[in-house]
Structure formats: structure tokens, C-alpha cells
Ligand binder design. Structure first.
Ligand SMILES: Nc1ncnc2c1ncn2[C@@H]1O[C@H](COP(=O)(O)OP(=O)(O)OP(=O)(O)O)[C@@H](O)[C@H]1O
Ligand SMILES: [Mg+2]
Length: 224
């Protein structure tokens, strides 16, 4: 019995380490994405602004610098908008201010505007707030699932559903795209992170996917 207990303890410790590693990996991937986003968007625009200022300095004495000025003003606006977009991706203000339901609603609306996919969001529960861990985690999971559907599925329709049954919150996400074989696909960070994110809020996540048959992912989270 003691030997069994030692083995069990070891397995438990190993699982904890795996989980911690997955959390660190998630953080690092997100930092990397943030750094890349900043470099590609704000970094580029700021370099252009700096170059314009340098040119202004040179021509200001004997030329009309108006067009360069208006160009620089446009670049500054662009920069402000890029920063807004990045802040929105890192932690959407609507999520912290108004909660999960409103944040998912606005995510769906934005995606429908920016893609040709028909998105249906059904929420079968009163507009209440959950713990910030649950709200942020479910929002991130939805972001990844939307990202995957847009990138890989070729779907024409996506359904997102949020329901509550007593003390269980359930989110389900489905697309009608090309589907995939979960056992035979190279898991990127996305699919791995979904598992560790769900575990973080004691949730259970299942993906049902077959080639040529769309995908369905369900997440069940205990509320107390
Ligand atoms: N909704 C989907 N429809 C079709 N294939 C999918 C879908 N979701 C995932 N896949 C397949 O599973 C693979 C792994 O997905 P995963 O999210 O782990 O990685 P990724 O999206 O390629 O990269 P990352 O999420 O790290 O940016 C994808 O490359 C794709 O082949
Ligand atoms: Mg992905």
C-alpha cells in the first residue's frame, strides 16, 4: 500500500509539473505574440514617424512641410488605433467592465464583420458575472476556437452557445468546416493550451472532430 501511495504521489507531482509547464508555455507564447504584434504594428509606424520627423528637420527651413505634417498626423492616429487593438487582444475592456456574455457577443460581432462566416451566438442564461478566472479563461478558449475555425476549417457557419445548468456553466462551439482527425493532427500550442486552460478552472473540455464533418468542442465548468 505504501509503495502504491508513493507511486500515486509521484504521478500526482508529475501531473502538477506538466500543468505548470503548460501554463508557462501559454504565458511565453502570449508574450511572444505580444512582442511580435508590437514590433509589426506600433514599432513600424513609430519608425515611420521618426523618419518623417528627421525629414521635417531637414526641409523645415526653406520648404513647405505641410504634407509631411499631415502624413505624420495620420501615422500617429494609426499608432493609437494599433495600440487600442493590441490592448483589446491582451485584455478586452468589455470583458473586465461588462463580463463574459457581452465580451463574447462583441467578439462574435467583430468576427462576423471581418470574415464571411455566419456566426450565431446563443446565450441561455441571465446576464450575470462569474469569477474573473472563469471569464478570462472561457474568453481565451473561445478566441482560440474562433482562431482555429477561421484559420483551418473553411467553415461557412459557426455556432457558439453558453448555457447554465444548476451549478455548471457550459460553453459549446461548433463549425461546419473541413474537420480534422484529433489523433492524427500535429497539435500546436492552441489545442494543448485549451486543455491546460480548462484544467485551470476545474473544467472539462472535449473536442469531437472528424475529417469532413466540422468540429464540436464543449467545455463544462463547475461554478462553486
Ligand atoms: N476548427 C478546425 N477545423 C479544422 N482543423 C482544425 C480546427 N482546429 C484545429 N484544427 C487542426 O488542428 C491543428 C492544431 O491546432 P492548434 O490550434 O493546436 O495549432 P495551430 O492553430 O496550427 O497553431 P497555434 O494555435 O499554435 O497558433 C491545426 O493545425 C489544424 O490542422
Ligand atoms: Mg490554433
Amino acid at each position: 500500500m505504501i509503495r502504491n501511495q508513493v507511486v500515486l504521489r509521484q504521478l500526482h507531482d508529475e501531473k502538477q509539473i506538466d500543468l505548470l509547464n503548460a501554463v508557462f508555455e501559454t504565458q511565453e507564447t502570449e508574450r511572444k505574440r505580444l512582442a511580435e504584434d508590437l514590433h509589426d504594428s506600433v514599432g513600424q509606424v513609430l519608425s515611420a514617424i521618426k523618419l518623417n520627423l528627421h525629414r521635417l528637420d531637414k526641409i523645415i527651413e526653406n520648404n513647405d512641410p505641410k504634407s509631411l505634417l499631415s502624413d505624420t498626423r495620420k501615422l500617429t492616429d494609426e499608432c493609437i488605433q494599433e495600440i487600442r487593438n493590441i490592448i483589446h487582444n491582451v485584455l478586452p475592456p468589455v470583458l473586465t467592465d461588462f463580463g463574459l456574455l457581452d465580451a463574447l457577443q462583441s467578439l462574435c460581432e467583430r468576427l462576423e464583420q471581418n470574415t464571411a462566416i455566419k456566426i450565431t451566438f446563443t446565450k441561455d442564461l441571465p446576464n450575470e458575472r462569474f469569477s474573473s478566472e472563469i471569464e478570462v479563461t472561457l474568453y481565451r478558449i473561445a478566441q482560440e476556437l474562433f482562431g482555429n475555425a477561421v484559420k483551418h476549417s473553411g467553415a461557412s457557419a459557426i455556432q457558439l452557445q453558453l448555457t447554465r445548468e444548476k451549478n455548471t456553466l457550459m460553453m459549446s462551439f461548433s463549425d461546419n468546416g473541413v474537420g480534422f482527425d484529433p489523433d492524427n493532427v500535429k497539435h500546436g500550442f492552441g489545442l494543448k493550451n485549451l486543455q491546460s486552460r480548462a484544467q485551470f478552472i476545474n473544467g472539462k473540455i472535449h473536442t469531437y472532430a472528424k475529417p469532413h464533418n466540422g468540429t464540436l468542442t464543449t467545455i463544462k465548468v463547475p461554478l462553486h
